[in-house]
Design a protein around this ligand. Structure first.
Ligand code: AMP
Length: 354
């Protein structure tokens, strides 16, 4: 594919995936004068409420993917579990951002950690395994406590288990047989932070301030800016994030999650090749939020500087909480429009200016 030129107003942005991230990307695209085409196998995908065109087909439906790719001017995606083959197919027809190399690395926790360590970025120490015996060996090498995570298709704490006691090893290890896993040393972190970073087509990089994140059961519940970290920790995280995005020759917004240990060491936990839940605060804290920033980057526009004008607390609305929102008209609300309020499902978020 040729390098993307600046797309004229009125161009169509194809978005693979129609969840809340696709919905907010679509809203920002419209704000900048673009049209969107959402492709998602779910007829009720939230982004289909706010798009110009939509397709309801599987990600491996080559004929309909071809039709989609031919009708749009550029393609992006809003979640990392889109099959790599789908992206590889689409990029034969139109430019796809972020590039498939980044998606491939981020789709598998093992390749992700190996990539990070190879470029000199520290992560939790880990072992890989795909059999019961392999898991036992890995745990012996690392020592307890550990976390076992499926290498692929895990999100929001799904597909992971902590092992603290010797007596738990056998039972938990046997739940992960014949599947690729990574076994990570459990980090006794002081706090978790994330950086939302963007790189444009010419290599210009822009970062937002680090957010401090609170997770419960592996799910993000709150992000707060400014994070309770000092200047050195903040600059170190920004430096690491820039190194990662540059190395991947990435275009668009990426979310990178870190652990800050009690000795102020920074370890990367995970990279998401897309806009990120911990960046929703930018909708109320910055002139150009992460969604507009991503659309700017993939359409060849100038990207914003990421400067924060307000302190923000972003709270996720999970599952049944949607039925009990205290809306006093003082905070910015974002409701995703999902059909069912399943347990711990992300239904919306509130941005509170502090
Ligand atoms: P992940 O799916 O890898 O993003 O993990 C979800 C959450 O689980 C993280 O945000 C942490 O709160 C926790 N977690 C994951 N890996 C570790 C680890 N190695 N040590 C301690 N906590 C972890």
């Amino acid at each position: 594919m040729n390098k993307q030129k600046k797309l004229p107003i009125g161009s169509i942005i194809g978005i693979l995936g129609g969840g809340q991230l696709g919905k907010m990307l679509s809203q920002s695209a419209s704000q900048l004068g673009f049209k969107t085409h959402i492709y998602d196998p779910d007829f009720n995908a939230p982004a289909k409420q706010v798009t110009n065109i939509s397709s309801t087909f599987e990600y491996d439906d080559i004929k309909n993917l071809e039709d989609f790719a031919n009708k749009v001017d550029v393609i992006t995606y809003e979640f990392e579990n889109i099959p790599l083959e789908t992206i590889n197919f689409c990029q034969k027809i139109k430019n796809v951002y972020p590039n498939s190399k980044s998606l491939e690395i981020c789709q598998d926790r093992m390749t992700e950690k190996k990539f990070l360590n190879n470029i000199g970025v520290e992560t939790a120490t880990f072992e890989t395994a795909s059999t019961y015996e392999g898991i036992i060996k890995g745990i012996e090498k690392l020592g307890l406590p550990v976390l076992i995570k499926t290498s692929r298709f895990g999100y929001d704490g799904k597909g992971q288990k902590v092992i603290r006691q010797k007596e738990e090893i056998e039972k938990i290890a046997s739940e992960f047989t014949n599947i690729s896993v990574i076994i990570e040393k459990l980090i006794d972190f002081e706090l978790e932070i994330s950086i939302i970073i963007c790189r444009d087509m010419n290599g210009k990089i822009s970062t937002y301030d680090p957010a401090e994140n609170i997770h419960q059961n592996g799910i993000l519940v709150e992000s707060k800016v400014p994070a309770n970290i000092n200047f050195t920790t903040s600059s170190d995280a920004i430096f690491i994030a820039s190194k990662i995005i540059k190395n991947l020759e990435y275009t668009g917004v990426m979310g990178i999650e870190f652990f800050v240990t009690k000795t102020k060491k920074i370890l990367v936990n995970e990279m998401a090749p897309r806009v990120h839940n911990s960046g929703h605060w930018t909708q109320s804290g910055c002139i150009i939020n992460q969604f507009e920033q991503h659309i700017r980057a993939i359409t060849g526009r100038s990207i914003g500087d990421g400067k924060r004008h307000s302190n923000v607390l972003m709270k996720n609305i999970l599952g049944d909480q949607i039925f009990d929102i205290k809306d006093d008209g003082e905070h910015s609300m974002n409701i995703y429009g999902k059909e069912k309020a399943k347990y711990n499902r992300k239904m919306g978020h509130i941005n509170i200016i502090e």
